[in-house]
Ligand binder design. Sequence first.
Ligand code: SF4
Length: 379
Amino acid sequence: MRTITKTPYKSYAIGELPKGCQMCVRGEKEVIFVTGICPRKPSCYFCPISEHKFGKDVIYANEMPVSELKQIIEEGNLCESKGAGLTGGDPLARLDRTIEVIRLLKKGFGKAFHIHLYTPLELVTPETIKKLEEAGLDEIRFHPILDDDSLWERIAVRTSMAKGIEIPVIPGKINETQKLVDYIKDKVSFLNLNELEISDTNVSQLYEKGFVAKDDVSYAVKGSQEMAFGLLDYCLDTPLNVHYCTVSLKDTVQLPKRIARRAKNVKKQFDIITKENTLIRGAVYVLEPSFGYNDKIRNMPPAEKSKLIEQLEKLKENVIAKQKIRPEMIAVDNVKLRLLTSRGIVQSLKKDLKAKGLYPAVVEDLPTYDEFEIESEEI
Ligand code: SF4
């Protein structure tokens, strides 16, 4: 008899988790954003893609902007990834690139490196599916529109890849979702239901439609979880493997596990690694790290950036010479335009640094490419 089980990853399932999910919950998947271009018009009101990615033809490997595809392999090595999830936008909007990425990953990490891909149905044809299959894609996840079934027949496309559906659970859309379940139950092997999540990008559209967060500390939308439980019950009468993925799975299971794998490979000698796998270090900024700092450096002209990096390199050499420290105890951070060293060194130099108009601080960063700051204390 089929039953609903609570997984050890804060999610719920009927039957087996798709292979892509089994690896994702262990933090083993590299997330490759192939392009921000998406053919869906109008775009989904719940689309969570950030403004600096959506509609732009940009590539990211986890949090790292990619200018050369070989960086995808480097990031995979840093995270000791065993597989990848290809997303967007719509990876099929840049099919040749997607195929090149799949081939590169299989060549770099071997045949067993598991790759899954998310796509809306707009660009799905038997020919594109065949090309993806031939390139080595293992699993494909379609994201159909609930309110318009005109493209649903594309879900029936024949393929040897594992095939499933992945949709957010939208409160109020129970009938439409059940209609989709009825349609897909003999056409795909799995259904992934995602708790609907509020992001910086979709917040105003979701609020306009009356959706609110379920509580003060969560980005999950109120009512999404309850509806997901109803859908799980409904799916008991189908042959589908179903996985209901909660917002807390992503925030408290998947991301921390991926981060833990990266932390041990990027940790510098001077970093203190916490039990949450964040990095505590001393930092010296040449520009005041006030509100909007990250946007400011992201939009900075390259020539200005290069000048600051040069200034930081000189500063680094001065500190090495004056303090007689080993070169590996200090580094220039080209991404966040700052000097990194130990907490103790920054504290002992703070007077001098401030006198030079610099900004010393003790920071706690995530070990991701963008070194997302958890805490920063000016000293
Ligand atoms: S299909 Fe995906 S990427 Fe495109 S608008 Fe919808 S949620 Fe965003």
